[in-house]
Design a protein around this ligand. Structure first.
Ligand SMILES: *Cc1c(COP(=O)(O)O)cnc(C)c1O
Length: 459
């Protein structure tokens, strides 16, 4: 089969997949998962036909997908993919650009620069910031924190690039007791040592309690959160960042999904966040762009550019070339689907997307409370954290509802007790989907009466 026919075949299969996304079960059934055995082949000596390879992928791969690109997937703040972003991604695949610098791809460098500007605009962060397009919030947190440490050490007169950490002044890190696991991972990879982190205690909402913030100094990185994964809550930025400013500490904000609140009517949750030094957020969660699309935003553009510099004699580039702002040297132009999403939604569309999910989450929480379920959080954003009576009943209700196919959502543990967590972040989710989900949860709860929990310590 010729290349063009093969690509057309892939496009047709992708079209069919998307056309049926609304009916697809949010999680593949056992038969579909058993079909994955078809891939258990030895590496072929002689290559197979490309069209046949695509067929195998579609016939046995498509049914075993989670329908996270559909309307009824409520796990992990996954987000679907907006049509405009998906379409831009497809064209990008044909271009196959290496988005390291202008010399490698004028179009990637130009559009990513515009996407950077638009991101700072829609998120209303300092316009002088550098924006590095990374694969994930994890990777972008890694780059941000390495810039943070390098900068703090440099202010101590320490040459991190030359001498590394041998004999270097100690840099302390303060994280909250609800810090995301990937921030811990980034810190671990950077050699901070998880046992040496200073843990800031949180209040009932999962926010750092400003009165119990460990002492900060000019060798401290303070990690804050915009959007705690269970409750969707935000740290109280003004007092925390003010304390950090006074101490000349570095403030990094993990806003993997929550930073987008700033582009919506929920903006007050983010008040003061603009005073931080660096921020990370994902496109592939709430902005509904394809994986892997995330950004590291650093107020001191030079700090990120120096930490991430990858200039070589054969490949020098400007300070703001993407290879000097991210981990990768060669990479796809992941800022382009982000640009396409922003251009298609506009400022208003981004706000509507975020607000709609927050409104639906509030509606869902009301329905569940009225239906005798325990909603453990205030639902300030798109996360609804739920228990129904005891641990066993909570697990039963979740499994019953997930089995009906009205939605998939995951288990979690909040304050030491099992719960489940419903996240709204797919652009495809409509009010009817939430009505059906609420009906199913309430029905599953009433079918088998359970002793209501008397321990209401959740604020
Ligand atoms: C998802 C998430 C991360 C990690 O993001 P990835 O893009 O998956 O690496 C970090 N922090 C929070 C709060 C998240 O929700």
């Amino acid at each position: 089969m010729r290349e063009i026919e093969l690509i057309a075949d892939a496009d047709a299969r992708a079209r069919d997949y998307l056309a049926g996304i609304g009916e697809r079960p949010p999680f593949p059934d056992q038969a579909a998962r058993d079909g994955l055995a078809a891939f258990a082949e030895a590496l072929p000596e002689q290559g197979h036909d490309a069209a046949e390879t695509l067929r195998l992928l579609d016939i046995h791969g498509s049914p075993a997908t989670t329908a996270s690109n559909g309307p009824r997937y409520f796990g992990f703040v996954i987000g679907a993919t907006l049509p405009a972003a998906a379409a831009a991604e497809r064209l990008m695949l044909a271009w196959d650009q290496c988005a390291s610098s202008y010399d490698n791809s004028p179009v990637a460098a130009t559009i990513e620069k515009i996407a950077s500007r638009w991101l700072l605009d829609v998120l209303d962060l300092p316009r002088e910031s550098a924006v590095g397009f990374g694969t994930s919030a994890t990777a972008c947190t890694l780059t941000s924190l390495s810039a943070a440490r390098r900068t703090l050490l440099s202010r101590q007169g320490w040459d991190f690039d030359g001498d590394g950490l041998f004999g270097a002044p100690e840099i302390k890190v303060v994280v909250s007791d609800t810090v995301h696991i990937t921030v811990r991972k980034a810190l671990r990879l950077l050699g901070f040592g998880t046992a040496r982190l200073l843990i800031a205690p949180t209040d009932g909402h999962g926010r750092i309690d400003p009165d119990r913030l460990p002492p900060l100094d000019d060798r401290t990185i303070l990690c804050l959160q915009a959007g705690e994964v269970n409750t969707g809550e935000f740290d109280l930025f003004p007092p925390l960042i003010e304390a950090a400013r006074k101490a000349n500490a570095w403030v990094h904000v993990d806003g993997a999904f929550g930073l987008w609140a700033r582009a919506s009517s929920r903006r007050p949750l983010t008040d003061g966040i603009e005073e931080a030094d660096s921020w990370t957020t994902d496109g592939h969660k709430w902005l509904n762009t394809p994986y892997d699309g995330a950004v590291a935003i650093c107020r001191d553009a030079e700090a990120l550019a120096q930490a991430m510099n990858a200039d070589a004699a054969y490949a020098t580039a400007s300070r703001d070339a993407q290879k000097n702002l991210t981990l990768e040297f060669s990479r796809r132009a992941r800022g382009i689907p982000i640009w396409a999403a922003l251009r298609t939604l506009g400022r208003t569309g981004v706000a509507e997307l975020v607000d709609r999910h927050c409104d639906e989450a509030a509606y869902l929480a009301d329905r569940l409370r009225n239906g005798n379920l325990d909603v453990l959080n205030r639902v300030v954003l798109n996360q609804v954290l739920v228990r129904c009576g005891d641990d066993e009943n909570t697990a039963r209700v979740r499994q019953t509802v997930v089995d009906t196919g009205v939605g998939w959502f995951g288990n979690t543990v909040w304050r030491g007790r099992p719960a489940f967590r419903i996240s709204l972040s797919s652009w495809r989710t409509q009010h009817d989907d939430i009505v059906r989900l609420a009906d199913a949860l309430v029905t599953a709860t009433t079918v088998s009466p359970f002793p209501r929990s008397t321990n209401h310590e959740w604020p």
